[in-house]
Design a protein around this ligand. Structure first.
Ligand code: BTN
Length: 275
């Protein structure tokens, strides 16, 4: 059980309680479902996309038995402590038009949660959420094609709200949670609502090149900016100074040979550069 006094109303998540906390967003077109346990909310939506329209379906789980992070990693998902959410959205665009979407989602979620909970969320390229130099969440995007060949994104958001000691033993990197840093009490219903308020308008208004509007927001939250980093790309590593992102969300790295732009990979800060 979660024992932090900062967490309020830590009852089970429900459609009604999350919906009751949504403000400034017409949520009537959203379906909100809460599962007690799933392997992974992203995987569950992917499966359901074969037989139903998952557009506007927000699937929360109280726990995940095989939660997935980027690059096939495990996402530690103990029960009743955190947010594990996947939202299906038909974009009406091709995958190539979605450049920067996952970074923009991180910005929007960071802005929404900062405002509500008095946080100062930072982002580590491409889609890790950080508080006080430690990871507290992440975004994982999957793409599926519906029966009529439309591309549907599955936006997976994992956010540590009040991580239990049991769960934390399994995490292999410095981590933190929202309730440790919030200036106000945190309920998971509110957190779920704030995430939907951030994510739904962004998805419904996304167009080719939309990341350009989020680039300043990214720069303000950029955990690695100006630091010495290494980016692992397949078999080789690129080392240099992180220099923000370009208009498509690609990472700019200043190496000894000059500026390199990295579309995908795993970035880490070099020794002496961790916070
Ligand atoms: C990362 O930082 O590696 C991304 C983590 C994303 C985790 C979330 S939890 C809800 C959704 N279901 C999953 O299996 N993964 C995402």
């Amino acid at each position: 059980m979660v024992d932090t006094p900062q967490v309020l109303g830590n009852g089970l998540l429900s459609d009604a309680a999350i919906r009751a906390n949504i403000a400034g967003l017409d949520a009537s077109g959203l379906r909100i479902e809460v599962a007690e346990a799933l392997d992974s909310t992203n995987a569950a939506l992917k499966r359901r996309a074969h037989s139903e329209d998952i557009h506007g379906l927000a699937l929360f789980a109280e726990t995940q038995t095989a939660g997935r992070g980027r690059l096939g990693r495990l996402w530690v998902s103990p029960p009743k402590s955190n947010i594990y959410l996947s939202l299906g959205w038909r974009m009406g665009l091709e995958p190539a038009d979605l450049a920067g979407l996952s970074l923009a989602l991180g910005c929007a979620i960071g802005e929404g949660l900062d405002r509500e909970f008095g946080l100062n969320m930072q982002l580590k390229w491409p889609n890790d959420l950080y508080l006080a130099g430690k990871k507290c969440g992440g975004v994982l995007i999957d793409l599926v094609q519906s029966a009529n060949q439309d591309w549907v994104v599955i936006v997976g958001v994992g956010l540590n709200v009040a991580m239990s000691k049991l769960g934390s033993d399994e995490i292999d990197q410095p981590w933190t949670d929202l309730s440790t840093h919030s200036t106000v009490k945190v309920s998971r219903h509110e957190v779920g609502a704030r995430i939907l308020e951030a994510v739904v308008p962004l998805l419904s208004s996304w167009q080719v090149g939309s990341f350009g509007q989020w680039r300043d927001s990214w720069s303000r939250r950029d955990l690695m900016a100006g630091r010495q980093i290494s980016v692992q790309q397949g078999g080789h590593a690129i080392a240099g100074r992180a220099d923000g992102v370009d208009f498509s969300g690609a990472l700019r790295v200043v190496t000894n040979e000059g500026l390199t732009v990295v579309q995908s990979g795993e970035a880490s800060m070099l020794r002496g550069e961790t916070l």
